[in-house]
Design a protein. Structure first.
Length: 290
């Protein structure tokens, strides 16, 4: 299993992935990833983008394959729906509306909020909820809807994740800051206005254009799915190996067992010979039981 095929430069250009921000809004540390400046607009070096894609997607697939939890983070309007789509399709935790302060740095409170949301969901499915005053039920349903909107994508997150993947590390600076404080690995799509030093694994690319975002999210989804398939293959191979395990009995134990079996047969034969026989009224002989 390998990472998705890295698009050729022509496809990246058609998606507008090479357009960076205006030269007046750039971050100096992004200079190595800038190919040129056209009409005061920075142009991203797409050859370096392709190289980064191969390296970063490989690392991402490895984390998924090893069972590590990665949270997708993209709260800009242009990418929020794409993040939700990928998260729900792959079962990956995600944040697509707003990063709540303390999601990582105050994880215990976030856990309580998630638990409360699940408890409320379960209650609203009971007969007792059906008997509630309509006004109270509507209030509870509204509160649950707000919870789903804010952190519903984290419902299956049971512990602090191994990594986060941010779409636009500058816009998602709060998530990046918390991840660094909690030593959570950071994958990121980084435009020319971002500080690359804050991200562990970066792909330099246009993080605003719809076509660019759609292409990037497709690659991310395929990478996650490939990693999940590798987990399934690994589990199947492990089960097959367990089923094929045979216990080898030492030869001396086998020989000892054969000797004991022979002794028992001899004893039984001798006992039969010692038993007196009796005849029935028709003359048939039977061995008597002791």
């Amino acid at each position: 299993m390998a990472i998705p095929t890295i698009p050729e430069i022509r496809e990246l250009v058609e998606a507008g992935m090479h357009f960076g921000h205006s030269s007046g809004k750039w971050h100096p540390k992004m200079k190595p990833y800038i190919f040129a400046t056209r009409d005061k607009l920075h142009i991203i070096d797409l050859e370096k983008t392709r190289q980064a894609m191969e390296k970063v997607l490989t690392a991402l697939e490895e984390r998924i394959r090893d069972g590590k939890t990665v949270v997708l983070v993209g709260t800009k309007k242009r990418v929020g729906d794409l993040v939700k789509e990928v998260g729900e399709a792959t079962g990956t935790p995600y944040v697509n509306v707003r990063w709540l302060g303390g999601t990582l740095t105050n994880w215990s409170e976030m856990q309580k909020s998630i638990a409360r949301m699940k408890k409320m969901e379960a209650f609203l499915e009971t007969e007792e909820a059906e008997k509630m005053i309509k006004k109270e039920r509507v209030r509870m349903e509204s509160e649950l809807e707000r919870m789903h909107h804010k952190f519903g994508g984290l419902r299956n997150l049971t512990k602090i994740p191994h990594a986060i993947l941010v779409i636009d590390s500058s816009f998602e600076h709060n998530a990046v800051k918390e991840a660094r404080l909690r030593e959570v690995e950071i994958f990121g799509i980084v435009d020319t206005n971002c500080n690359p030093d804050l991200v562990d694994h970066l792909i330099p690319a246009n993080d605003d254009a719809p076509k660019s975002l759609k292409l990037l999210m497709r690659l991310i989804r395929e990478t996650i799915e490939n990693g999940q398939k590798l987990i399934s293959i690994k589990q199947a191979e492990s089960k097959k190996a367990d089923d094929a395990v045979t216990v080898e009995i030492p030869e001396e134990i086998v020989e000892a067992g054969q000797d004991i079996e022979e002794e028992i047969r001899e004893e039984v034969s001798e006992e039969k010979q010692k038993k007196p026989a009796v005849k029935d009224e028709k003359g048939f002989e039977y061995a008597t039981k002791k």
